[in-house]
Every structure is written in structure tokens, then in C-alpha cells.
Design a protein around this ligand. Sequence first.
Ligand code: PEP
Length: 253
Amino acid sequence: MRKKIIAGNWKMNKTVEEAVELAGELMRGYAEQTAVDVVLCPPFTSTKAVSDVVSESQIRLGAQNMSAEDGGAFTGEIAHGMLKELFVRYVILGHSERREYVGETDGEINRKVLKALEKQLRPILCVGETLEQREAGTMEQVVEQQLRGGLQGVEPSAYTELVIAYEPVWAIGTGKTASAEQAQEVHAFIRKLIGELAGAEAANAVRIQYGGSMKPANAAELLGQPDIDGGLIGGAALDAASFGGIIDAASEA
Ligand code: PEP
């Protein structure tokens, strides 16, 4: 059985004070729960403060990006060692907003995935098609290319640590959610592909999250699908009651 994983991507939201408040609210409800892996990914400016709030709880910390370099003259970048120092365990890589606005390529994302794994940080590798790609019927090709590119050189044994987030770009922040059947179909496709890339054991072990306007009202149905192992949550992660509702749905799924 794969343990469900619910991660909140706070994106470029929350001051330090607001981040501490939100983490504190979640601590009141979920500090000790172990049925679901809960991960908070605040902006870097709040990482230390949120780390202090959730330390000694079951809530884990994640980052929204990481450099593939170890350190040095890379203005504006954050290295793995800086994240680990703050007890960060997970790192979102290849989010569609970084692919689109920063121009991150599969090759660059792959270097980050390999670096994260080498340094015992768990990558949450994001993949997903745009609306145009879905309408053009190239969805599977796009997702396959992102996975083959992003996962090059990943050892089969590493798939227990790795998380994949399937996030159809047309569903992110738009209020449009993939139907449970649409999402399950792509998740099953991804798991089959991982089987081809890394073997049946890796395919069975890897956790695949759905992301794209997940909220308490649609979480139970999505999380009830056989190949949906959790959620990567944007908007609904900014509010403790909404995020908590999704964690509750995951623990009952
Ligand atoms: C995301 O960007 O990872 C995401 C899923 O956002 P939202 O939940 O707001 O659609």
C-alpha cells in the first residue's frame, strides 16, 4: 500500500508572519497524524520560520525549487545544503510555472532530480500537458517526454523516494479540475511508463499525486482512484480549513 501524500505549494504567497500562522493552525489539527504524509512548501523567506513551527511534529517541510549546483556564484539560487540545514525533506521540481515563466527544460530539471536524490531530498517531479496539447491529442506524448527527460539516470531503487505530480496545466489555479476518470487514466499511463523505465517494483512503489484545483469538495473522488496517491495543492493550501479538508479526505480514501 502506498501512503497518501498531500503537499501544499504556497507559491509566492504569505509573509513570514502569515506563514507561521498558517503552519500553526495546521499543527493544531495535524501535528500528530500519521495516516497521510503532509508536506508544506512555503516560499524560501518563510522556510526557517515554518521549519521551527513544525519541528518535532509529523508535518514535513518542502521547497518549491532547488539549484542543481552545490553552491557558489549562482545569484538568486538555493542549494541543497541550505535546504537540508532547515530540515527540508521534499523539493518540488519542474513545476509548470517554472517551465513556462523561467523556461526550465527537462534536462535542467533532470539535473535537479538527480542532485536531490543524491543528497537525500525527495523530489516531487511535476509533469502535465497544456490545454492546447490535450486538445491536439498529444497529452500522452508530452507527459512521456517530460518523464523520460526528467527521470534519466534515476535508479529503480530511488522510486520509493521520488514523488511524481501529474498537473494538467489547464487545471492549475483555474478552478477546472480533471475529472476523476481523466486523472486516473493519466496516472495509470504514468505508472505503466515507470514500469517500462524502471521495472514493476518501482512502478508499484512510486507515488503519483494529482494537482490542479484540488479542494475538499473534489478531493475524496480524486483520491479514491487506484493510481492517485495524493495531491499537490496550490490555492486550497493557503487556507488551513481547506487544506485540512483535503488531508482528511486522503486519510479516509
Ligand atoms: C499547483 O500549482 O501545483 C496547483 C495544483 O495549483 P492549484 O491547486 O491552485 O490549481
